[in-house]
Ligand binder design. Structure first.
Ligand code: SF4
Ligand code: SF4
Length: 237
């Protein structure tokens, strides 16, 4: 497994830029055809709003701006920070929705199986389970994937009108493009910030502090938002 934090930042920026160019070249009509062929129907089970099913929900900057006006307590720095400097400060590319302390790890906004801000839900919540990025399959072959968790949720029997499929395809592509732009901006800023403050990523410090964190020692995390870092002290749980 490749430890991303050990890959030089310029290589990572270059790989993400290539990914973004491939995404731009991907025809939305092709995605729309797949959307119509898959016939996904949401059964409103709310599994995707829990960490046990879906990991964390990463937010774009525009969604972080919105959530800060709705309920600033609802976000936290995204887990698995990308870097740790020689002084033990971590750096992560953005925020995720906070989970409640229940068994499923329900989203902060999930109440009685329903989203309490449904009309204002975030970009990722609107497009799920559609996605448009390349991933390796079980044999290691990298190809595009358009649906997350196929056959693990929902039903597959809905006739989707062509204009709706095109809208889904367009919104999914826009989300993925914005996500890649945010990742690239984060890496460029880390590069500049580290150079200006004479910092460097040290994997051993990263691992040591993570071990201490898992035993209850708080860590300092800088979360990237709106072209700068916001400082947080994060405790396990
Ligand atoms: S904001 Fe709403 S739709 Fe999005 S994960 Fe939370 S509960 Fe689900
Ligand atoms: S998108 Fe899937 S997991 Fe989420 S509520 Fe609908 S059926 Fe359930």
């Amino acid at each position: 497994m490749i430890i991303l934090s050990l890959v030089p930042i310029p290589f990572r920026i270059s790989a993400l830029t290539q990914e973004q160019n491939s995404l731009l070249a991907y025809p939305i009509e092709q995605m729309a055809t797949i959307v119509r062929d898959v016939k996904f129907r949401c059964t409103c089970c709310a599994k995707c709003c829990t960490r046990t099913f879906n990991g964390h929900v990463f937010l774009l900057d525009r969604d972080v701006r919105a959530v800060k006006t709705i309920d600033p307590e609802a976000i936290e720095p995204a887990p698995d920070p990308e870097f740790c400097d020689q002084n033990g400060t971590y750096y992560v590319s953005g925020y995720a929705l906070r989970a409640k302390a229940d068994d499923a790890g329900s989203c902060w906004f999930l109440e009685n199986g329903k989203c309490r801000i449904y009309a204002d839900r975030f970009a990722i919540c609107r497009i799920y389970p559609y996605m448009l990025h390349r991933e390796p399959d079980e044999s290691g072959t990298v190809d595009w994937r358009q649906i997350s968790g196929i056959d693990q949720h929902g039903e597959y029997d809905r006739e989707i009108p062509e204009d709706e499929a095109l809208t889904i395809a367009r919104e999914t592509k826009e989300f993925e493009h914005a996500f890649l732009s945010q990742e690239i901006a984060f890496l460029e800023y880390v590069q500049e910030y580290f150079s200006e403050h004479r910092l460097r990523h040290v994997q051993k410090v990263y691992d040591d502090r993570m071990r201490a964190f898992s035993k209850g020692i708080p860590i300092r995390v800088m979360a990237y938002f709106d072209g700068r870092f916001e400082e947080h002290i994060v405790r396990k749980g």
